[in-house]
Design a binder for this molecule. Structure first.
Ligand SMILES: C[S@@+](CC[C@H](N)C(=O)[O-])C[C@H]1O[C@@H](n2cnc3c(N)ncnc32)[C@H](O)[C@@H]1O
Length: 278
């Protein structure tokens, strides 16, 4: 019996090690306090986050650095180790947001999407190798053929408010939303400050508990929540970029990504296909 127990536990331990070793990694650039990271973790990735600011609440391995440096060395290291991996980036969105445009303050915020995409393409050769990448941002950002997700597609709500939070995702993997938006409840406003009242309109705004429940995040401060994306979004995306049978490779190693960029030009994925732009 003792022998059996020992054998079992050794086997379990080995199995655990193998399973851990088999989990692909995800490099999470601009990770913040880890909303995106948690979703990818739940989809089956081991996440390494990178942020230029300290992130004491980030729940996984963390590199305190500018986004570009780890992007230049980590994927190469993982390739030499035979580790499967994907890259996600959430560059700051203020430059593209409606309010920034409304007040004409774009120049006060960095415009990083094209630069980040170009740097990722230098690292992973997106059309040929089929290493998945994802860039996330707000509607209005110059992403290529993005897919949009909203909190209401995942029934994220709290205290009678629905999370009408829209985020867009570009990838070299074809992405599908789980449902359509369903804005039947008043919007849960996860921006600015949690709580507060409007004496004039007699309104009381949802507090931090409602933000946490609505976002599906219980480890962040209000400021961190206002910047985060709900883990449900990246769990959904993560499951689609994690192809357990073929790691996203078609038989000839080609992945299917965005058909065209915002100017209608063919992307690296479609260039040369169907006689377009070759
Ligand atoms: C929109 S937030 C990311 C939110 C995060 N993806 C989440 O879901 O919780 C953008 C993050 O980019 C970081 N950031 C801004 N400039 C950066 C840079 N040059 N290099 C690395 N991180 C940067 C900010 O500190 C901030 O945490």
């Amino acid at each position: 019996m003792r022998e059996l127990y020992r054998t079992r536990s050794t086997t379990d331990r080995n199995l655990h090690t193998v399973m851990r070793e088999q989990r692909p990694r995800l490099l999470d650039l601009f990770c913040g306090a880890g909303g995106a990271a948690m979703g990818y973790y739940r989809a089956g990735f081991d996440v390494v986050g990178v942020d230029v600011n300290p992130q004491p609440h980030f729940p996984f391995e963390f590199i305190h650095a500018d986004w570009e440096e780890p992007l230049r060395y980590l994927p190469g290291l993982w390739e030499r180790e035979g580790v499967q991996y994907a890259i996600h980036a959430s560059p700051p969105c203020q430059h593209y947001s409606t309010m920034t445009k409304k007040w004409g303050r774009e120049d006060y915020h960095p415009d990083l999407v094209d630069e980040v995409r170009a740097a990722i393409f230098e690292v992973i050769d997106p059309g040929a190798e089929a290493i998945p990448y994802v860039i996330e941002n707000v509607p209005g950002a110059p992403l290529w053929e993005p897919m949009m997700l909203c909190g209401t597609m995942f029934a994220l709500e709290s205290q009678g408010y629905g999370l009408q939070r829209h985020r867009i995702f570009e990838s070299n993997i074809f992405l599908m939303p789980p449902a359509m938006c369903y804005h039947h409840l008043p919007a849960l406003p996860v921006y600015g400050h949690a709580g507060g009242r409007s004496k004039r309109d007699g309104l009381k705004f949802p507090g931090i508990d409602a933000w946490r429940e609505g976002m599906g995040i219980d480890w962040m401060t209000g400021k961190e929540l206002a910047e985060a994306i709900p883990p449900a979004f990246t769990e959904h995306v993560g499951r689609q970029i994690m192809d357990p049978t073929g790691w996203n490779k078609t038989p000839d190693g080609v992945s299917f990504g965005p058909v065209c960029d915002p100017d209608g030009q063919p992307t690296p994925f479609t260039k040369g296909m169907f006689g377009v732009g070759s």
